[in-house]
Design a protein around this ligand. Structure first.
Ligand code: F6P
Length: 407
């Protein structure tokens, strides 16, 4: 065994959890410990645990038996070191993060996460003068520089299975069922599962949809004697008008304008409230200030999303007269046992990461390209996204088999 250039690594999982995280943790730790004699420190709850110096040793025993386990044994969070909520205030915690790295004599911080995590890790390396490496995790498959992210294929399987099962009720009751699929601002998950599950309509963030076109498509289906439709809708799919509005809002926020939110606590007494929203406002107004502040902190960073599928179902039902139902798959897509493809992918990515660490290769993301794991420089991938290209063969194929893409 050649002498390893790395003696100790820190391992953290940041962003949303995802099938395969434990498989990667296991592979990195096993190869690092047994092949290269590297000590592995597990950091809990992503960058928050790094800032708060919450760690566990990752020895052979700690990573045994976790290959098939979903989620992450380390815990995850969406916190960023350079802008972290501490006692109700956003603070730059870079120094605290770096202190933990120094405290444990960590030569390289290995961050398992998506595009946001890569950005945060890179920033930390630049500002804090530490070494980092990332591995591309997300069910969204939107990380630039890798052919596939780990967790994606498992999520495709879950969403496909749901679409197949929804056909039963849709055909029996002659309904349209809108199945909302995750993916953030990318349509990979909806596209691949929609294609594999035989969805009649697939809506993606990359292709603004036209309600009239979808309604016409459904009328045409009815004429052919098909009295049901399955719509696989990516959570980020929008009409053209919504897409323009979203762009404007993003621009305004970038320029410092906050979204216009109703002042908290205003409104009727709970018993007088006409709507649920008013009742919530009134109850909140009665809470002690300290508790209300805590709630506001959570609300500021974790807005509860309304499923877009509900709105779409209402509009399409109005336009077509076909009874509509909604299934929002949500976090089911991130849960449970990673698929065999993902477990094999994760093991290869993790093993490659450990080998690269032993060679002292830092500042890279370990990507999967053309069937092999390769390092790509972080500066070449950070800040870039991978949406579905409009000339992707899967889109062409969907159109050829008569799937409506909403345009
Ligand atoms: O990035 C993964 C993802 O599951 C997205 O598809 C989704 O938009 C988001 O995370 C949901 O995040 P959270 O778990 O914080 O609700």
């Amino acid at each position: 065994m050649a002498r390893s250039k790395t003696r100790c690594i820190g391992l953290l999982t940041a962003g949303g959890d995802c099938p395969g995280l434990n498989a990667v943790i296991r592979a990195i730790a096993k190869v690092a410990i047994h092949e290269h004699g590297i000590r592995v420190v597990g950091i809990q709850d992503g960058f928050r645990g790094l800032v708060e110096n919450r760690t566990i040793p990752l020895d052979d025993e700690a990573v045994s038996g976790i290959l098939t386990r979903g989620g992450t044994i380390l815990g995850a969070s969406r916190d960023k070191p350079h802008s972290m909520s501490v006692k109700g205030e956003l603070r730059d915690m870079t120094d605290a993060a770096v202190e933990t790295v120094r405290d444990h004599k960590i030569d390289c911080l290995v961050c398992l996460g998506g595009g946001g995590t890569a950005k945060n890790a890179y920033r930390l390396a630049q500002k804090g003068g530490i070494e980092v490496m990332t591995l591309p995790k997300t069910i969204d498959n939107d990380v630039f520089g890798t052919d596939v992210t780990f967790g994606f294929v498992t999520a495709v399987g879950i969403a496909t299975d749901a679409i197949v099962r929804l056909h039963t009720t849709a055909t029996s009751h002659h309904r349209m069922i809108i199945c909302e699929i995750m993916g953030h601002r990318a349509g990979w998950l909806a596209l691949q599962s929609g294609l594999a599950g035989g969805a009649d309509v697939i809506l993606l963030p990359e292709i603004p949809y036209d309600l009239q076109r979808i309604a016409e498509y459904m009328f045409a289906r009815r004429k052919q004697g098909k009295r049901f439709s399955i719509i696989a809708a990516a959570e980020g799919a929008k009409t053209l008008a919504e897409a323009v509005e979203a762009q404007k809002a993003k621009k305004a926020e970038k320029n410092g304008k906050k979204p216009d939110k109703k002042a908290a606590g205003k409104g009727a007494r709970p018993e007088e409230a006409a709507t649920e929203a008013e009742a919530v406002d009134a109850i909140r107004a009665d809470l002690p200030l300290k508790v209300r502040k805590l709630h506001e902190e959570v609300m500021a960073y974790h807005a509860v999303q309304e499923p877009m599928a509900t709105r779409l179902a209402r509009h399409l039902q109005e336009l077509t007269g076909v009874e509509a139902r909604v299934t929002s798959l949500g976090h089911v897509q991130r849960g449970g046992i990673p698929s065999s493809f993902d477990r094999a992918l994760c093991t290869q990515l993790g093993a490659k990461a450990a080998d690269l660490l032993a060679q002292g290769k830092y500042g890279v993301m370990v990507a999967y390209r053309n069937g092999v794991c390769v390092p790509v420089r972080l500066e070449d991938v950070v800040g870039r996204r991978k949406p579905v290209p409009l000339d992707h063969p899967m889109l062409e194929c969907a159109r050829k088999v008569g799937t409506c893409l909403g345009d």
